[in-house]
Design a binder for this molecule. Structure first.
Ligand SMILES: Nc1ncnc2c1ncn2[C@@H]1O[C@H](COP(=O)(O)OP(=O)(O)O)[C@@H](O)[C@H]1O
Ligand SMILES: N[C@@H](CC(=O)OP(=O)(O)O)C(=O)O
Length: 421
């Protein structure tokens, strides 16, 4: 069997969903489990609703109505004038959010986020599964929350692999013998049946969890690009397709910020030797990129750009050295605020990190660190990572840039830079 994953861009409107159906139809004689994300930018809109609800700014119902109407338009685009029961099914899912919004917000934001935002994947999959079925392709919608068991670390839930595998193997193999399965990416459930999410862009990871538990032959992630390129085409005018990548190179590229695949996706597949394909949903017969066990190293240097970085220099107030005691304290504070570091350096009396400037939680991190350390921050920086670098590639990215910090090992070079105005 195989696992397919369709992200928000591939299901953003009725036309896009018809294209997904065409791809599924082409592969319908395979045994397929299809993981789908929320449509387009729905997750961002639902996040705005969760924030509006918590701040009680009076906008939440209006925002929810917009999201609901956008989904009804997609249903109309797929089914025309037909009075399909899907309208009621989708309305009922939105009613669950309305019930939340009617109550006073007493719970913590991460919990509220997960209860509201998880609806995006539930409605998108309801619509797409109904459409695929209406086109004569046997297909079953399943609720991923019955299969992806997690802890209760809301917004970044940890997967309970044992419980998930047991639930998946109990039900899904027999369904897959005669029907396609359509399910949600990104969401899971605690043992008390509260919805959880696996971290933003986490649907790729869901595909890997199902694939690993089912011992799939392959996973295919369908994208708006021809496959993995040597740089994000949004930042680089000339990019090249990488036809084959080792799991290690793929893990490194995604770890450093290549957003084409969620970083947690690759390890479970590597452990089981499952090939991961990245293909274009616009040219679905093209081979794309295959990530698998190979000795082949990246054929060309690859570039990763991360904008909006803040560089934090942390110095002990008492001029003690940056040794185990201070380091463990610093890492605990980063862990407490769940802030991921993109680059780290240390000297005898300072420890410096570059992180995404995500606003409020960075302020809280800095306030915590300032209790024990002197802090200097430098904002609006860009982090450039080059895998398989050489001097020519470094010179190429440094035009009009001032280097603030630099880290190199045999394969990877990281440059934290400032635009020279
Ligand atoms: N190395 C890379 N190769 C290809 N695409 C990349 C790379 N790095 C970043 N991207 C970006 O990833 C995007 C696809 O990911 P994303 O928008 O998250 O898709 P989806 O929402 O469908 O999962 C591409 O449009 C591209 O801009
Ligand atoms: N919808 C979720 C999960 C996800 O993976 O989305 P996408 O596949 O569109 O990146 C998010 O936007 O975070």
């Amino acid at each position: 069997m195989q696992v397919f994953k369709f992200g928000g861009a591939s299901v953003k409107n009725a036309e896009a969903i018809k294209n997904v159906k065409e791809i599924v139809e082409y592969y319908q004689h395979e045994s397929l489990l299809i993981v789908i994300s929320a449509m387009g930018k729905t997750t961002n809109k639902l996040e705005a609703i969760a924030k509006s609800y918590v701040s009680q700014d009076g906008q939440a119902f209006e925002l929810l109505e917009e999201v609901k109407q956008a989904h009804f338009e997609v249903i109309a685009g797929l089914f025309g004038e037909e009075e399909v029961p899907l309208y009621d099914e989708v309305s009922n899912l939105f009613v669950e959010v309305e019930w939340i919004l009617e109550e006073e917000p007493v719970d913590e934001f991460p919990y509220i986020f997960d209860q509201i935002v998880s609806i995006g994947e539930l409605v998108s999959t309801k619509i797409i599964a109904s459409y695929i079925l209406s086109q004569g392709i046997p297909c079953r919608w399943i609720d991923a929350r019955n299969y992806i068991a997690t802890d209760n670390y809301y917004q970044e839930a940890g997967v309970d692999w044992e419980r998930s595998k047991k639930a998946i193997l109990k039900d899904l193999p027999s369904i897959l013998t005669h029907e396609l399965i359509v399910t949600q990416g990104f969401i899971g459930s605690t043992s008390e049946n509260f919805s959880t999410t696996l971290g933003r862009e986490g649907s790729d990871y869901s595909a890997a969890i199902f694939a690993s538990c089912l011992d799939a032959q392959a996973v295919t992630i369908w994208k708006d690009v021809p496959g993995v390129l040597n740089a994000d085409p949004k930042w680089f005018a000339e990019t090249a397709l990488i036809p084959e990548l080792s799991y290690t190179d793929a893990i490194e590229l995604t770890y450093y910020g290549a957003t084409v695949i969620h970083p947690k996706t690759i390890k479970p597949l590597q452990n089981k030797g499952i090939n991961l394909y990245v293909k274009s949903f616009l040219n679905y017969k093209e081979p794309g990129t295959v990530i698998r066990s190979t000795k082949q190293t990246l054929p060309i240097p690859s570039f990763i750009f991360k904008m909006n970085q803040v560089y934090i220099n942390i110095m002990p107030r008492d001029f003690s050295f940056i040794l185990e005691d201070n380091l463990s304290h610093i890492f605990n504070v980063f862990f407490k605020h769940r802030i991921k570091t993109n680059m780290m350096r240390n000297s005898a009396i300072s420890f410096s990190v570059s992180v995404d400037d995500t606003g409020e939680n960075i302020h809280q991190l800095l306030a915590d660190l300032a209790q024990r350390f002197e802090i200097i921050t430098h904002k609006n920086l860009e982090l450039i990572t080059i895998r398989y670098y050489n001097q020519e590639t470094i010179d190429r990215v440094l035009v009009d840039k001032q280097v603030i910090a630099e880290l190199k090992d045999s394969y990877t070079c990281q440059l934290l830079v400032n635009q020279i105005s």
